[in-house]
Design a protein around this ligand. Structure first.
Ligand SMILES: [Fe+2]
Ligand SMILES: [Fe+2]
Length: 271
């Protein structure tokens, strides 16, 4: 697959980023009471190889391909078991390239469970420290490019996340946004509905409200992103289809095919 190219004039040297997501790892103990029998008899999605092999294949491809940085864009796991957590911590420890992560919706729920923010609050900590010290939002820098990670795995952002984003966007230094759920855009919206039956996207015209959730911080964040001159691109995931499109003027959003189906993307940032 030919790499995506992004010119970032401020960079001193090229930066090669390996993007993957949605591996939906399924390591678990046979006696785990949180995994329903119905799922065990017919696991979905079906992985093409062992959990370990799947992660190793991606990390090895990234390292062999000369990645400076690996972005693992959520739905690492199909459920938050200790076996899954340990598997990824081990793989990342042995990887020579830094691996940065944001949570996806499947990272914090078991098949059959229902819920949003409360369930995430209860179950995402089971995976510590896979998603770092502050999984809700973080800002880091690599080779002159700032990368801002947000947990948007419930489709909405909190006021605290929007404030953090707003502050980061005041700095003119180039920035790449990393979120699990893509931002809705024409074209992507239709492709997502064709595949999933629903526009499972953030800030989508159909999903801008949910009972008990204040939609204002998400709306404010979208407005700020649209007008931010430092924003150079967005990497996202979740819809399990390879797609790229302009989401704000001059800003491309890149999505890789699901990692368990062999999906990944290379992003080459060059001065
Ligand atoms: Fe997924
Ligand atoms: Fe997802």
């Amino acid at each position: 697959m030919s790499p995506d190219r992004l010119q970032v004039k401020e960079l001193a040297a090229p930066l090669r980023i390996y993007q993957f997501s949605d591996t939906h790892l399924q390591a678990h103990s046979a006696s785990d009471p949180l995994i329903p029998e119905s799922w065990k008899t017919s696991p979905k999605p079906v992985l093409p190889c062992s959990n370990e092999e799947l992660v190793d294949q991606h990390l090895e491809r990234a390292a062999e391909g000369g990645a400076d940085l690996i972005l693992f864009v959520g739905d690492l796991f199909h459920f938050p078991t200790p076996e899954n957590r340990n598997l990824v911590l081990n793989a990342v420890k042995n990887c020579p390239v830094p691996v940065w992560t944001v949570p996806g919706n499947h990272d914090w729920f078991y098949p059959g469970q229902d819920g949003w923010e409360e369930l995430r609050e209860q179950q995402l900590p089971l995976l510590n420290p896979v998603f770092g010290e502050s999984p809700s939002y973080w800002l880091r820098e690599h080779g002159g490019l700032r990368i801002l990670g947000l947990d948007n795995s419930t489709y909405f952002l909190t006021g605290e996340q929007a404030d953090f984003l707003e502050q980061a966007l005041e700095d003119p230094a180039p920035l790449l946004l990393m979120i699990h759920i893509p931002i809705s855009a024409p074209g992507l919206r239709e492709a997502t509905i064709a595949k999933h039956g629903n526009p499972i996207l953030m800030a989508d015209p159909e999903g801008r409200e949910r009972q008990g959730i204040d939609p204002e911080p998400t709306r404010r964040a979208m407005h700020r992103l649209r007008h931010a001159s430092c924003l150079r691109g967005i990497v996202s995931a979740h819809v399990h289809l390879p797609y790229s499109c302009e989401v704000f003027p001059g800003v491309t959003q890149w999505i890789a095919e699901a990692g368990y189906r062999g999906g990944y993307r290379w992003l080459e940032c060059h001065p």
